[in-house]
Design a protein around this ligand. Structure first.
Ligand code: ZN
Length: 131
């Protein structure tokens, strides 16, 4: 595994964003400048783990595979608003296409992302499922 993987692996397994302690705004992905109060004070903008639950704001279903994800078609991709208001895009797993709907509750799960073909290395990360 690469050095960069080991340096960033914690971020594959947990949803690490930022909080601005000046105005209490939260962000994902992490930021260095707060877009609410414009603070760039490194002592006030800190890493923060995002909530594990949220709701589906919007979603789509992919029928054309992205390279490396051919086995996961059809793939459900959703815009999720976490319980702190932060939004992110993630795959929805463990459900039928007809079960997905805007407004449904979801929670984060730990799943295999992909297998790297040359080395056989398996990448893990977070996805979401209905709850
Ligand atoms: Zn701020």
């Amino acid at each position: 595994m690469s050095i960069s993987y080991w340096r960033t692996r914690d971020r594959y397994y947990r949803i690490i964003g930022s909080i601005c302690e000046n105005c209490k705004s939260e962000f994902f992905p992490p930021v260095y400048t707060c877009s609410k109060c414009n603070s760039t004070d490194k002592s006030k903008i800190k890493d923060k783990e995002m909530p594990n639950q949220g709701i589906i704001i919007s979603y789509t279903v992919l029928y054309e595979p992205m390279l490396g994800f051919e086995d996961e078609i059809p793939m459900q991709i959703a815009l999720i608003q976490l319980n702190n208001g932060v939004r992110l895009v993630s795959q929805i797993v463990d459900c039928k296409i007809d079960d997905i709907a805007i407004g449904k509750n979801v929670k984060r799960v730990f799943r295999k992302i992909k297998s790297e073909s040359k080395s056989g290395q398996i990448w893990y990360g977070y996805k979401f499922r209905l709850c």
